[in-house]
Design a binder for this molecule. Structure first.
Ligand SMILES: Nc1nc2c(ncn2[C@@H]2O[C@H](COP(=O)(O)OP(=O)(O)OP(=O)(O)O)[C@@H](O)[C@H]2O)c(=O)[nH]1
Ligand SMILES: [Zn+2]
Length: 297
């Protein structure tokens, strides 16, 4: 990336778009500049994230990190608007429990999730599409012989910071190349191309794509663990959009919606109004959060 020698006004604010080895590329209204963070940040254990809005001093030092809308740990990115979970109908087969966990983490973090279905030509995606549409999660089936299905995803990127994640081989590179051919990501090699090769000092970056920015793209496994282990068990049900009509309708006001008598959510599962696999995922996340709390205290 080219660094323009720009004079930064004293009150300049900008957004970090690249981070490597303690150096940050910040996009401001007057251009792009390379910045360091104040020494005090390190002492206080504060790490600026890619995606952060920051206040710069005249000599291009990051003085302050403006409040974050959200942040994820791996990759360290903040202020994400949306996450696309790319799921292939087959090869590899979807892991719904994992997908549900990630969807929940995203909503918990106030990041709009969407499911992108690939390999629709090899296996029907109808059931998956219905499952998640019914759950209140936007679903975008991509079929390469129907360019409008690629355009539907591409249009969502404009003006937003997005992340695209999914297991190895689901077709992330293929989709990104279809959205923006100039990316020229070799299929099967997205990891290297997007800066997560074998280097020890990892570069995290926002890539311009379709009028927005795309954050570094990890596989599912890196988006995992620490995120959902931190969830407060009482707030998990709020992250299942399809539970919302039933919350507050249970017999007991402290209902955990796991297996209690008079639970409106469990009744909706039994009546086929909420999918069993989604509720199973909820129970699993709830139990994990509960065990963590018991272990901590
Ligand atoms: N039939 C079919 N094959 C697809 C589709 N999308 C991707 N593929 C193929 O699936 C393989 C993996 O696709 P990639 O785009 O490299 O997958 P990826 O998610 O980027 O994989 P990683 O880089 O390992 O994370 C490639 O051989 C693609 O050609 C699709 O919609 N239909
Ligand atoms: Zn309940």
């Amino acid at each position: 990336m080219k660094n323009l020698p720009v004079a930064i006004p004293e009150t300049a604010q900008g957004r970090i778009i690249t981070s490597v080895g303690g150096l940050y590329t910040v996009e401001t209204f007057s251009g792009i500049c390379t910045c360091k963070a104040r020494g005090i940040f390190r002492k206080r254990g504060i790490t600026p994230y890619v995606g952060d809005y920051v206040q710069l001093s005249e000599d291009g030092v990051i003085q302050e990190i403006l409040p974050r809308k959200n942040s994820i740990l791996r990759p360290p990115v903040s202020n994400l608007d949306q996450i696309f979970f790319v799921v292939s109908t087959c090869h590899p087969a979807p892991n719904l429990l994992l997908l549900d966990s990630f969807l929940t983490v995203a909503i918990y973090q106030d990041i709009q999730p969407a499911v992108v279905l690939t390999k629709m030509d090899l296996h029907s995606g109808e059931q998956l599409e219905k499952l998640y549409t019914d759950a209140g999660i936007p679903v975008y089936p991509v079929e390469y012989d129907k360019p409008e299905t690629v355009a539907a995803v591409s249009e969502l990127l404009a003006g937003k910071i997005s992340m695209m994640t999914g297991n190895s081989g689901v077709g992330k590179s293929t989709l990104l190349n279809a959205i923006d051919p100039s990316l020229q990501i070799a299929t099967g090699e997205i990891s290297e191309k997007l800066g997560r090769g074998k280097h020890t000092t990892r570069q995290v970056q926002l890539y311009p794509c379709a009028g927005g920015y795309l954050a570094d793209t990890p596989g599912f496994s890196t988006f995992e663990v620490e995120q959902y282990l931190q969830m407060d068990k009482e707030r998990i049900a709020d992250c299942f959009p399809e539970f919302q009509p039933y919350l507050g309708q249970c017999r007991f006001s402290d209902c955990a919606h796991v297996c209690e008598k008079g639970c409106a959510v469990v009744e909706a599962v039994q009546a086929g109004k909420i999918s069993k696999s989604r509720h199973d995922a909820y129970v699993s996340l709830y139990q994990t959060a509960k065990q963590r709390k018991a272990w901590e205290s």
